[in-house]
Design a protein around this ligand. Structure first.
Ligand SMILES: [Zn+2]
Length: 281
């Protein structure tokens, strides 16, 4: 009697539990397509973040402003070098001329030349050399002004380059912070992906990957009302029914993508700006 009561009691307790479990099996959608949809959402975000990462890496590697400032500075350095070279050439020429004048003057006043005609020629030559040196002196003054001007221009370009490089250093620091944040986000997404994949059969995964390759990265398309969000094609009611049950895979009649007819998997793709990197599940 006690045993019978016990069995009845056990049945009375357990039956509702079994019933609830059966009910849950009926009302809880099988997650086959939900899992694929979730994977799709993760892959979409990984692709988005990957593009952002590539763009940031490109910005870190290249700075048009710094390149321009460097090129401008290099041009002023070249101009300065040319101006200095010209001044040096004129200076050398002047020194050589001065030496020549000195030698000729020593001959003129040394007493070794006594022939008046020869002395006159010597004086004429010295006068010509001195005249040439005067003209050279003027050229040298102009060249020195040129060097001074080129130095000022080079100095301004150098200061500008330093300013641009300082600004760039701050910019790179910001970019590195953004890059690291995106890399960390991608790592989290990869972990989420690894865990999402474990719920998916190898056949479904093969289909998913093959569709993703052929369909510009989107293998699973949600239903919007009765249309495929991937291509906009309206779907038959039977196909919508299959998609909503999520037990079997329903494919879009037009683009062949897997149709997802369930509730959103709770995943929000973060398509905001650079500062918006919140991924919710
Ligand atoms: Zn479609």
């Amino acid at each position: 009697m006690f045993y019978k009561h016990s069995v009845s009691l056990l049945s009375a307790i357990c039956y509702p539990l079994f019933a609830i479990r059966r009910l849950r099996l009926i009302i809880t959608p099988v997650s086959r397509v939900s899992d694929l949809y979730r994977l799709q959402q993760i892959d979409t975000e990984i692709a988005l973040r990957g593009s952002q990462l590539a763009a940031i890496n490109d910005q870190i590697a290249n700075s048009p402003a710094v390149l321009q400032a460097q090129a401008e500075h290099k041009a002023t350095q070249d101009s300065l070098a040319a101006a200095r070279k010209q001044a040096k050439t004129l200076d050398d020429e002047n020194k050589s001329l001065t030496t020549k004048i000195k030698v000729e003057e020593e001959r003129l006043y040394g007493g070794r030349v006594t022939n008046p005609r020869e002395l006159k020629d010597l004086q004429a030559e010295i006068d010509a050399l001195k005249h040439k040196r005067e003209s050279l002196d003027e050229k040298q003054l102009t060249a020195m002004d040129g060097v001074e001007g080129a130095e000022k221009i080079e100095s301004a370009a150098r200061a500008n380059l330093a300013k641009v490089e300082t600004a760039r250093a701050g910019e790179v620091s910001d970019l590195i912070i953004k890059r690291d944040a995106i890399q960390s986000l991608i790592s989290n997404l990869q972990e989420n992906r690894s865990s999402a994949v474990t719920n998916i059969s190898s056949d479904d995964l093969t289909l998913y990957e093959s569709l993703r390759k052929r369909k510009r990265g989107v293998a699973v398309a949600a239903l919007a009302n009765s249309s495929c969000k991937g291509c906009g094609e309206s779907q038959s009611s039977s196909r919508i029914q299959i998609a909503k049950q999520e037990v079997e895979i329903a494919r879009c009649a037009n683009c062949e993508r897997i149709l997802y007819g369930g509730q959103d998997a709770g995943y929000t793709t973060t398509e905001g700006g650079d500062g918006d990197m919140v991924t919710r599940w």
